[in-house]
Design a protein around this ligand. Sequence first.
Ligand code: SF4
Ligand code: SF4
Length: 457
Amino acid sequence: MSCAVKSNRIAEKDIIFKTGNSVGKIYIKEEKGRYQQRRRWLNVVLFILFLGFPMLQYQGEQAILFDVSGQTLRLFSLTLFPQDLLVFALLFIFAAFVLFFVTTYYGRVWCGFTCPQTVWTLLFNWVERRIEGTHHQSRALDKGAWTFAKLLKKLAKHTIWVAIALGTATSFMAYFVPVKELYQQLFSLNLSAVISGWVIVLALCTYLNAGWLREKMCQHMCPYARFQSAMFGATTRLVTYNTERGEQRGPRKRNSNPEGLGDCVDCQLCVQVCPVGIDIRDGLQYECINCGLCVDACDPVMERFGYAKGLIRFQSSSGEKPAKVVRWGYGLMAAVTIIASLWWALSWQNFEVNIIRDRQALSRINALGQVENTYTIKLLNKATYAQVFELELVDGDGLQMLGAQPFTVPAGALHHQVVTVVAVTKPEQRMSDLRLRIFAHESEQTETKTTLFYSNL
Ligand code: SF4
Ligand code: SF4
């Protein structure tokens, strides 16, 4: 008996995530439409912020600096220590909820408009277009034989790419190394081995990511690209091709209205401008970063042929807003994290204090026969200036503190102060609460700590 085996092979044309243009190098056609203009302005602002933040000075010091060796982060007048990382956790949670909220409405607009991978890729592509010409000329150059002109163009392009990558890496390092020191070392060609090593590694990553990997990074490595579809719904505004209106696609003369053809003139411009190399007319694809470049490309074509714009546009499949529970849920979580961050900011002290009891003995009897306990005050001055601190007992009836004269702690330093508390009258209990108030003269901030006073009665 013969047995017919049915093939499970899927025709390549039906595999929607593997469009022809996404294989190999993508030659991105430059686009100048409204979404591209918005992206360019946004990118200029982001570049200025990225380059400018480390240059900011505050009271003669770098305003923003991650001091790796000192394990601190300086933010204008604040110096944050690892103990203060809670606020970063809160801010990251807030940013995540804002991102989820925006994704619910507009899909991957973060990827298309503000992600550093996209921003640097478009910058590198801009350089490529200036040197190698249009995307067609660039492709022809790659296919052609090696000539002196080709060598010159490639050399110029890669030199500029490397220069941008080095500039990016150096600017990034300025967040971790004082900017004056960094540029002094750089311009005197005297960069330390560690800084040089980091600059080379970061520059290499930038060059490879933006010059060579490009959209492959988004498609195969970015975790956000993988889980963001969980936030999409029928209400999410995604870049969509209107199949009903566009099909049957086909070329035609301007202002003609051929029978049986939809509005798509099959000019392929939407495919040529796509930075991830897909054809949006094949339907929603996970590679799409919602950048709107295909909208920019298609609208002028529609105008030229006398059709209404919007054959490709940002559109939700239901045409409605996301459900209230989604909007309020994300909004509520974002509000909670902001309130928690504000609470943290308002209760933040520019010093941190811990009281450690003497580990040798709970209590002692001194030469006068009085009970005494010894404590070590561990005080971290988180201010960017030296502060004078004073200690006093709170409700310390019958107790007296020795060794509590005011002391100065330099900026960012940890100070140990040993104090002894003596019971001048006989304690009534074996163990009682002891409250110490610490007062910072300069900032006028106060903190009260409670510990225990033991008596060996
Ligand atoms: S399909 Fe359109 S919106 Fe999506 S990535 Fe390509 S150009 Fe951008
Ligand atoms: S740009 Fe518009 S008209 Fe041209 S192929 Fe794409 S969808 Fe069709």
